[in-house]
Design a protein around this ligand. Structure first.
Ligand code: AKB
Length: 327
């Protein structure tokens, strides 16, 4: 349903071609009208995904290019999604830090200078680390991130809070768990196995998992992630009590549990476990998340558990990717 956007201007999505951006940009266009949405990504090739709205090739490290789009298009909200995720970040730590921090600071500065009404920036469960509480991890739990991605997200959360307190920039954020959807592949994360496993099961190929069978992690179905993001951004300003980033929870499961959920659809599906460097990252993260602040402040309530998510993905993915389910 299209609602009346509360602004006369436009929403710029940075990193629109990624796993989250692909679906969030479409959801924003459906909600606010495609003429209000501008998609951007550093990869010009992804523009084919955005035939329904304006698209710019944009490297967020180029502040002048960002300002050009903001001024030319009359942008009043920015969703800044571009980042290097946990696993890829460990292969290129300095590059990950430069992009994750430099990109955010460019967005926050442009938001301050151009009086952008609202900014969305994703944080992650990666802000927690080996000495954080593992179960029902509280909003304010001790944090000792041990990946460059997690360090950049924790620093970024404090930059967001700083820009709100010091300059009044209305920047809002969620600590996403692993996001799982069927409309695009994940890339560079530690939770990506939970996307890849569906493709293998549906193609009836054996899956090699890079985590151990019982590595329990917080996850969220993409529909819930989109819903949480829109709800947070629509919430009245006075309800937002957390200006670093909100814990949000969907479900938690292990590789063995998602495998079992797929066996009822694909009884011959096989899995083997070959843990690699990503196991250590997963071991440092929470098993489950306490999101009571999000529930209290803006009525957050997830809709999908593992069973419902598997049913939705098995139903939609084969057609979406043109796989033949009964080959
Ligand atoms: C990753 O695995 O790096 C991301 C995340 C949890 O932020 N999916």
């Amino acid at each position: 349903m299209q609602t009346n956007i509360s602004l006369m201007g436009k929403i710029l999505v940075i990193g629109a071609g990624g796993q989250l951006g692909t679906e969030l940009t479409k959801a924003l266009a459906d909600k606010y009208g495609k003429d209000h949405i501008i998609a951007s990504d550093f990869q010009d090739a992804v523009k084919t995904k955005f035939d329904y709205c304006t698209f710019y090739a944009l490297n967020v490290m180029d502040k002048a290019a960002l300002e050009f789009i903001v001024t030319k298009e009359g942008v009043t909200q920015i969703y800044h999604l571009a980042a290097i995720l946990s696993a890829l970040g460990e292969k290129n730590p300095v590059q990950a830090w430069d992009l994750n921090m430099g990109g955010l600071l460019n967005v926050l500065e442009v938001a301050r200078e151009h009086k952008i009404e609202k900014v969305f920036w994703p944080s992650s469960i990666a802000v927690f680390g080996p000495h954080s509480d593992k179960d029902n991890t509280p909003q304010q739990a001790f944090k000792d991130p041990n990946t460059v991605y997690g360090i950049s997200k924790l620093a970024g959360e404090h930059w967001c809070e700083y820009y709100f307190n010091k300059y009044g920039v209305d920047v809002r954020s969620l600590r996403y768990p692993g996001l799982i959807g069927y409309k695009s592949l994940a890339g560079g994360g530690t939770t990506d196995y939970a996307v890849d496993i569906y493709h293998k099961a549906i193609k009836e190929e054996k899956f090699t998992c890079f985590l151990t069978a019982h590595s329990y992690l917080p996850m969220m179905y993409m529909d819930d992630a989109i819903h949480a993001t829109l709800q947070l951004m629509e919430a009245p300003k006075e309800n937002i009590s957390i200006r670093t980033s909100y814990n949000v929870s969907g479900m938690s499961f292990s590789p063995d549990e998602i495998y079992q959920s797929l066996l009822s659809y694909y009884p011959n599906f096989e899995i083997e476990y070959q843990p690699d460097f990503r196991q250590q990252i997963a071991d440092g993260w929470p098993r489950s998340i306490d999101d009571s602040n999000a529930k209290k402040d803006w009525n957050w309530q997830p809709q999908f558990d593992l069973k419902a998510m598997t049913a939705a993905i098995v139903d939609n993915l084969p057609q979406y990717f043109n796989y033949n389910k009964n080959k």
